[in-house]
Design a protein around this ligand. Structure first.
Ligand code: KDG
Ligand code: MG
Length: 408
């Protein structure tokens, strides 16, 4: 069996999904997602100019050797661009393998450990009142777990995860007006004075059962993050995400020695080597990698297995930039993984998105039920894809009140 061709498409309804389609000489094809938010053309170019010419002619069933060929063979390893490109190839090869086996992908991992995998959605408000309404709306849709982000008094309204005004709170991270970023302002003092009590008010309003998550988005210094984690303990969060940048992983020891708040980190990681210290020293409770830019199913499965040895559960990244293809790959991992924790999920299902990526995966009452179709269980309509083009966009940049550049 041989790979005969592979093509990359960039675009989608309000998104720049990077979709890879690998064709074989047996008529079976595989699909992968290489979307790297706001840097989409880079994995696309890496695939087209370097990887696909080396892929054609290989036996698609040898997904492990192909992964090693690109990773070890590249000499300059890792990095989100390369790992997103390898990730897309890897997803597509697992899709082909499962189609050959005529089985849904999860069967190749060891079958199901659960039927429905718990999802969390996002709620946000420019103030506490709007946040409470937004949480209520998510609960009404059946979610049992909700990430909550709130505008902070004293900080300009547009801070991380919070839309200006009371508009749609889930698709605003990318600004499609061009590649020059907008500015956000961060003030740790304002945040730390306000947020612990705000989270407690949310807990009191919605009761003990609701699973609450909160994302600091790398903004606090290590000492501040330790204090903050201790302060939010009474709100009994399901997790506190990215309290401090994890470039310096030793910094998490300070937080850990002061708080038992569950910690989730890893959405910007792209290799097991980025995760290793946090997992082995048991400095986190949830690992947030994504199959897209952490090297696909082959590599993420290794991370999940390592995490399981250290009581760390999964909480894969599922921001709106993930296409239904990588969300499907994660859905298969989620029903299998013995150490599954939760899956981030932002409603992708617009009629346009469903037309571009038809699938039978379904969400009911805040749980995701995986399709039993062979392979990843998601297709890609190339004719629909012709409607979309790449649209340049950017993340905001963050500065402190005095103008110092800070972590987005
Ligand atoms: O592209 C950046 C987003 O993926 C990120 O800001 C989303 O932090 C995020 C999350 O938890 O979904
Ligand atoms: Mg996050």
């Amino acid at each position: 069996m041989k790979i005969t061709d592979a093509k990359v498409f960039v675009g989608g309804p309000g998104k720049n999904y990077v979709t890879l389609k690998i064709q074989t000489d047996q008529g079976i094809y595989g699909l992968g997602d290489a979307t790297l938010n706001n840097r989409e053309t880079l994995p696309a170019c890496y695939l087209e100019e370097y990887l696909i010419p080396n892929l054609v002619g290989k036996d698609p069933r040898n997904s492990e050797d192909i992964w090693q060929f690109f990773y070890r063979g590249a000499y300059f390893r890792k990095g989100p661009v390369a790992m997103a490109a390898f990730g897309a190839i890897d997803m597509a090869l697992w899709d082909i393998k499962a189609k050959l086996a005529n089985m849904p992908l999860y069967q190749l991992f060891g079958g199901k450990s659960r039927d429905g995998a718990m999802l969390y959605s996002h709620a946000a408000g420019s103030d506490l009142e709007h946040l409470m309404d937004s949480i209520g709306a998510q609960i009404e849709q059946g979610y049992k777990a909700v990430r909550v982000q709130c505008g902070v008094p004293g900080m300009p309204a547009a801070s991380y995860g919070v839309p200006e005004g009371s508009g749609d709170n889930r698709h605003f991270i990318t600004d499609f007006s061009g590649i020059k970023p907008k500015l956000e302002i961060w003030d740790a003092d304002c945040y730390m004075r306000f947020m612990p009590d705000a989270l407690m008010q949310v807990r009191e309003r919605f009761g003990a059962e609701l699973k609450l998550l909160h994302d600091v988005h790398h903004r606090l210094r290590p000492r501040e993050s330790a204090e903050f984690a201790r302060q939010v303990e009474p709100a009994r969060l399901f997790w506190l995400e990215d309290p401090t940048p994890a470039d310096d992983q030793n910094a998490l020891r300070l937080l850990r020695s002061h708080s038992t708040a569950p910690i989730a980190i890893g959405e910007v990681f792209n290799s097991v080597w980025d995760c290793k210290q946090l997992i082995e020293e048991e400095l986190i409770d949830f690992i947030r990698v994504a199959v897209t830019y952490a090297g696909g199913i082959t590599h993420v499965k290794r991370i999940v297995d390592l995490a399981d040895l250290h009581h760390v559960r999964t909480g894969f990244h599922g921001a709106p930039s993930h296409s239904p293809i990588s969300m499907a790959a994660q859905a298969h991992l989620n029903v299998w993984a013995p150490n599954f924790g939760i899956q981030e999920y932002l409603v992708l299902g617009s009629p346009e998105c469903d037309a571009l990526f038809p699938s039978k995966h379904r969400v009911e009452q805040g749980l995701m039920y995986v399709s039993n179709e062979p392979g990843l269980g998601v297709d890609f309509d190339e004719r629909e894809a012709q409607r979309y083009r790449y649209q340049p966009g950017s993340h905001p940049v963050v500065r402190l009140q005095d103008g110092t550049l800070w972590n987005y």
